[in-house]
Design a protein around this ligand. Structure first.
Ligand SMILES: Nc1ncnc2c1ncn2[C@@H]1O[C@H](COP(=O)(O)OP(=O)(O)OP(=O)(O)O)[C@@H](O)[C@H]1O
Ligand SMILES: O=C(O)[C@@H](O)C(=O)CO
Length: 427
């Protein structure tokens, strides 16, 4: 029976956290939403896990939807036997002044009858640190990092207190690095002190050791919140990571689908464009003839597989920032929604055409793809990079069951060569 239940506000975030939990000795399953809890195969998978991560697409959903789906996830996890909970959001604190980090944290606390939790987005392995409540990305303040250009959640402040205060009904407090460095007992006493009994408490952490301390000092809290780094100290019952074996074999058709506009992904796209067959989404063509444009992209990928199975084709949305389109025509979806729909339709078309391995870049994009592929559970497989892993995905699309290898890459994660090199982890 699982003891740890996590709720992730996007799909790449869910596999990011699951990767960490698997590596720390938890048998972990990622469920897409909560459907798997109520079917017999899914509930068996959940029952056999030590930790369950429910992947939601709630990061940029309307606040009420985000709160509703998060509470549904919490109740399903509680019924499955979980006793502790982890709300996983982005290590770059992706949110808007309305939410959804604050409203979801508030709702989870209320449902659990608690009044306090910690806020720990730090994840040093991927360059995210928090000091004096300021979030940095590879040493740069969040507001000066490429996150200021994010198409859905531009981050133009770095101060977690200022970011969170308009989102929550609780006071937001800070516990600084000086207290963290005094060790787990001192930190725990500080957290249990009278001023913090009713609060969202931002806790500084700039190193893995800091996170292990924070983890130990918060072991008594029913709910913790943060990025995947906070799971570093959550040692599970097993000494070895239990990883799923790949669904595909070397040489099986693969594809890269990228809807991310992040600077890391743009560098990865630029690198892959010199090595892999590639096509950029043409938004005007998609608006004019959606089905025909998607079919042409699937045809392009099939030809690429025939030409050289060792070179998975790349279909991408953004090569440079000038490709970003913030328009919403009166007679059609916003460009961002069109891109998500297009890449999701490519994914189902490609799987129907024989794709067995898909690397998807971008959290929202991954949510759209995983949903379209009808994936219910993801079994974590071989790691690719910090926060990025292969996972074996069982799904149903176009009335057919399928099992594929999926890697969901957060926009900002991975080395420049990840689109060409991730495949070697699958053998
Ligand atoms: N040319 C474009 N014009 C407008 N929006 C776009 C364009 N290309 C991509 N998008 C949208 O930008 C958003 C990118 O978000 P996504 O979460 O997929 O990537 P990311 O933010 O880089 O990743 P992460 O959330 O993992 O950090 C998606 O909604 C995508 O549809
Ligand atoms: O924490 C992160 O940065 C990622 O897991 C993420 O949430 C990507 O969308």
């Amino acid at each position: 029976m699982p003891t740890l239940g996590a709720i992730a506000d996007d799909f790449t975030g869910a596999t990011d956290l699951a990767t960490m939990l698997v590596a720390r000795g938890h048998r972990t399953v990622v469920t897409v939403g909560t459907d798997a809890f109520s079917d017999s195969a899914g509930s068996r998978t959940v029952r056999d896990a030590d930790a369950v991560v429910v992947a939601l697409k709630s990061r940029t959903a309307p606040v009420d939807d985000a709160v509703g789906t998060s509470l549904t996830a919490l109740r399903a996890l509680r019924e499955a036997g979980c006793a502790r909970y982890y709300f996983k959001y982005c290590s770059t604190f992706d949110s808007t002044p309305r939410g959804n980090i604050g409203p979801v944290a508030d709702a989870l606390l209320a449902e659990l009858g608690e009044r306090r939790t910690v806020v720990v987005p730090s994840f040093p392995a991927t360059g995210r640190t928090v000091d004096q409540g300021l979030l940095r990305v590879h040493g740069e303040l969040l507001e000066e990092s490429p996150m200021r250009h994010h198409p859905l959640t531009p981050m133009r402040d770095s101060h977690l207190g200022r970011l969170l205060t308009p989102q929550t009904g609780h006071p937001v407090r800070l516990v600084g690095l000086d207290t963290v460095r005094k060790g787990a007992d001192a930190l725990r006493s500080a957290l249990d002190g009278p001023g913090l009994a009713d609060a969202l408490v931002v806790v500084d952490a700039v190193s893995d050791e800091d996170l292990v301390t924070v983890c130990a000092a918060t072991a008594h809290l029913t709910l913790v919140t943060g990025a995947a780094g906070l799971a570093l100290g959550l040692t599970g019952p097993h000494t070895e990571a239990a990883r799923a074996t790949p669904a595909s074999a070397p040489g099986d058709p693969g594809v890269v689908l990228s809807g991310s506009a992040s600077s890391a992904t743009r560098a990865q796209v630029a690198h892959a464009r010199t090595r892999l067959p590639h096509r950029k989404l043409d938004l005007a063509a998609l608006r004019a003839d959606f089905a025909g444009t998607v079919a042409a992209l699937v045809g392009f990928a099939r030809r690429a597989w025939d030409d050289d199975p060792a070179k998975p084709p790349l279909i991408y949305a953004v090569g440079d920032l000038a490709d970003l389109d913030d328009s919403t025509p009166h007679d059609g979806p916003a460009a961002s929604a069109l891109v998500e729909r297009a890449l999701a339709a490519c994914a189902t078309g490609l799987v129907a055409a024989g794709a067995r391995r898909l690397l998807v870049a971008g959290g929202e994009t991954s949510g759209a793809v995983v949903t379209a592929l009808g994936v219910r559970t993801l079994a974590i497989g071989a790691p690719i990079a910090p926060g990025v892993t292969w996972a074996r995905a069982d799904g149903r699309a176009h009335d057919r069951e399928h099992t594929v290898d999926l890697a969901l890459k957060s926009g900002n994660f991975g080395d420049t060569a990840i689109f060409t090199e991730a495949w070697s982890a699958l053998v």
